[in-house]
Ligand binder design. Sequence first.
Ligand code: G6P
Length: 608
Amino acid sequence: MCGIVCYVGKEEAKPVLLGGLKHLEYRGYDSAGLAVQHEDDVDYCRSVGRIVDLERKTDSMVIKGTCGIAHTRWATHGEPSEENAHPHRDQDENVYVIHNGIIENHDFLKKKLGKAGIVFRSQTDTEVLAHLIASHFDGDLNEAVRKTMSQIEGTFGLAVIHRHVPGQIVVARRGSPLVIGVGEDGYFAASDVSAMVRYTKKVVHLNDNELAILSRDGYSISTAQAQSVERATETVEWEPEDAELAGFPHFMLKEIFEQPETLRNAMRGRLEIGEGVPKLGGIVPVWERLKECRHLVVVACGTSYYAGCAGMYIFEKLTEVDVQVELASEFRYRKLNFPPDTFIIALSQSGETADTLAAIKEAKRKGAGLLGIVNVVGSSIARATEAGIYNHAGPEIGVASTKIFVSQLAILTLLALLIGRHQNLSLTDGVGAIKGLLALPDQVQKILSQDNHIRAIAEKYYRCNNWLFLGRKYGYPIAMEGALKLKEVSYIHAEGYAAGEMKHGPIALICPEMPTVAIIPQDAMYEKMASNIQEIKSRKGPVIAIATEGDHQIKELADDVIEIPATLDYLNPILSVIPCQLLAYHCARLLNRDVDKPRNLAKSVTVE
Ligand code: G6P
């Protein structure tokens, strides 16, 4: 998804901006550009493709100055091309603007500007911003942006420089993330802290409908109504090294292998074994209401949605709460009708997913309480919710989400356990749950040690164009997540199905060229899953079983077996997802795919 990075200070801006853009690459993009202001001029460069292409292009140009803006674009309006890449300029080439989000009334504004004689150079919605800002400019760039904001419908995180306003960047936001970085030798702004964490860990988040002026000497924030805003800086928890490969060939593999630590981080300081009750400080503000709550709605997108689906079964097991899981993109447009004591749980790695954010805003309007389970501290969802629990998983860079899934499951289990223990879950069950959770990091490690075996299975099947993933109950969301992972990174077509539904359709596809990954741990669904495998085998379909260690029967049934350690039935998803992630990774590598930046995908989807 589009990325913004800005710098003004004592250093030359170009290398800072290019370095920042490289840290935003993981979000997904198709073109990039930058503009640097110096004296009464702006140097400017755009390119289709990767940041290295932009870098190469700028090598042969003079780009001087200590104040600049840069952008990675993920096409929404207009194809990926140099003309459509940001920054965009006004007619006289004074204003340079970069923008994340969507200007919904751009057609109307474009017609209006067209009538006034403006000729558009691109097919983007963003270009209207450059022309509008130029039309309002009378020496005060901040005022020109403020006036433009009042004309725009839609979402934006934007940054602007002006040829004749030296050493100043104006940034503004409505609906798209924008963070200011306070450095030793200058000031930054970015859509994502990873672009500037190498320079500073002190950040200030802009809220919706706020603007800020950055200069070499400081920054000032104001509202769209011109009221000045004082806001304390926050400190980012990450280390710059967290966003580096640490010897792994890809972020996806690094993050898969980080999962034992991810689980420890999700549980650190939160487990009290004696009472069988976890401690979740982040939900204290709403606890009195939450403990009485009988209805929870989990809203999320992508992998987070599948974590929510598994969470539903965990809540069903540990609590008396009625849980519903909804795709945020659907939920936000539904007629919402829930009991007054309902809580919404927004699950999101980035905390910026536009549909999830919109869904919780709509639910709030209807009176629901809002909780967030979010990885990025200070993100929009973290701030829009009343209370919440952070994953503390460090940055997830690989576009396909892996470590956050297990972290979300661990946290949903903690939350279910906390609520369950205040309902009728026994001390024995509470202590058992905590023991089960504490064993998980080592159990995940044990699965990771089978990486070579899993790679060998991938080598056997990666040329198959269609795969089926089957599971029941706790295994069903893992089947869906396993199929999603495979298609995301390898572009192999895969379906995730509830095994009981196989006979209603997918069984027609079974043939020797279509492998099925069967999630079949030792739980109450075991016999039913075994019957499904038999049905597949009798139709000559190859079966890769993800099964519990010591299960001898499964070795007779399936072509290949990946073993997972024994755990409590509701914790199985945290283990059975790991082989699915590794299978997807190895298939993608064998097919020579760009694992960390799969085509057409974005890490953080900040548009609808
Ligand atoms: C994008 C990413 C997925 C992610 C989904 C939800 O599609 O590519 O990996 O699961 O967004 O993101 P969130 O940040 O809300 O968890």
